[in-house]
Design a protein around this ligand. Structure first.
Ligand SMILES: Cc1ncc(COP(=O)(O)O)c(C=O)c1O
Length: 389
């Protein structure tokens, strides 16, 4: 058998290696506290589950959806207006995604040709790079440096690269660095995109998981944002709906249209009961969002506070469901450290290098375990001596 050369670009990946080590440990009867993958363990609100299950009982809902219900698009437009102060035309500026991951994997296919340049943050959520690679793009990595508050340094992109680039991918609050972007950054991004005629894709998966009383908005609220790009949003973390696969691409109507056309050749739309769940989530009682935010904020306090108190010093995350920590003193290789941590403590984290070359020297911990389990992890790390104190 011969397979496509493009598959050479996708290695086995550290996530599979970690998963293997995890099952090895479990089969030996050893415990694992998994803080590696961002799978939320906070369930959706009852009214969302009710909407899904009621619609699932309706036998007429098992046809191909083919497209989004007009009520769903309306609901998204109302949600964007109410939550972010952004006006969207439901008909032309909204398309659903089978999880934002699906849209992120596919959108570059609708924008770039083989060999075109795509600007990608480094470190980044892996599909930001994998989607464009699938489309045959050349990646230009934009390093996110601590000294710049993990913001993309737009001035550091060479003129020649900016002229060639067709797409830039940006995401704040940021996974994995947990950084947020100030207004001036978005204004500068829009001016940059206009100057070089580059489409902006802003991923806003974590706008609701912002802590310490701070609020975060949408890229589309800035003047001219819609002229240059789109925003991706996801109900996975905000509403605890990760497995239901619900995301949206909203904003520039030409970009939305192109993506919808591509998708209409790939999938037959979102299962109708899932569309009903999405409507219930974004139009219903929003107190679940505040409760989810408070739960992640509390876990952040327990994990960051606990690690600081046992000598692993770090800044507490200001947003997202992650902690981005520098390796403890004496370690330089994040993969080696993550493996040693798993071996000695049973705590599984993701090496920073999995998110791109600039992620080296860090690990990412996902706040996906309850408080008692996080406390067990802290105890185990403290007792293991891995911190070399
Ligand atoms: C930054 C970011 N974007 C998108 C996604 C994918 O979310 P979804 O479940 O909507 O595919 C994730 C999931 O962890 C994420 O961290």
């Amino acid at each position: 058998m011969e397979f496509a050369k493009r598959m050479d670009k996708f290695g086995t990946g550290i996530f599979s290696v970690l998963a293997e080590r995890k099952s090895e440990r479990l089969s030996q009867g050893k415990s694992v506290i998994d803080l590696s993958v961002g799978t939320p363990n906070i369930p959706p609100a009852d009214h969302v589950i009710d909407a899904l299950s009621n619609a699932a009982r309706d036998k007429s809902n098992y046809v191909y959806a083919l497209s989004d219900l007009p009520r769903l698009k309306e609901a998204v437009a109302q949600w964007y207006d109410r939550r972010y102060g952004v006006a969207l035309d439901p008909e032309s500026e909204v398309v659903s995604l089978l999880g934002s991951q699906e849209g992120l994997a596919h959108i570059a296919l609708s924008i770039v040709d083989e060999g075109d340049t795509v600007l990608v943050p480094d470190p980044c959520y892996p599909v930001f790079a994998d989607g464009p690679l699938l489309a045959g793009a050349e990646l230009f990595y934009m390093p996110l440096k601590e000294e710049n508050g993990y913001l993309i340094d737009l001035d550091g992109i060479p003129e020649e690269t900016a002229k060639k680039a067709k797409l830039i991918i940006v995401s704040y609050p940021n996974n994995p660095t947990t950084a947020m972007a100030p207004d001036w950054f978005y204004e500068k991004l829009i001016a940059f995109a206009k100057k070089y005629d580059i489409i902006v894709l802003h991923d806003n998966a974590y706008s609701e998981l912002v802590f310490d009383g701070v609020q975060c908005g949408s890229f589309l609220r800035f003047p001219q944002a819609k002229a240059v790009g789109v925003e991706f949003n996801s109900l996975s973390k905000t509403y605890g709906l990760a497995g239901a696969r619900i995301g949206f691409c909203v904003g520039n109507s030409r970009v939305v249209k192109n993506l919808s056309t591509l998708k209409s050749n790939m999938d037959y739309g979102m299962f109708l009961p899932v569309q009903e769940a999405a409507i219930a989530a974004i139009t219903g009682d929003q107190s679940c969002v505040a409760a989810t935010r408070a739960a992640y904020e509390h876990r952040r306090d327990v994990l960051c506070g606990g690690l600081n108190s046992i000598g692993w010093k770090m800044e507490p995350s200001r947003a997202t469901m992650f902690v981005w920590a520098k390796l403890p003193a004496g370690y330089t290789d994040s993969e080696k450290f993550a493996m040693e941590l798993l071996e000695k403590t049973g705590v599984m984290v993701t090496p920073g290098s999995a998110f791109g070359p600039s992620g080296e020297g860090h690990v990412r911990m996902a706040l996906v375990q309850d408080e008692e389990v996080i406390r067990e992890a802290l105890q185990s790390i403290k007792e293991s001596g891995i911190l070399n104190l």
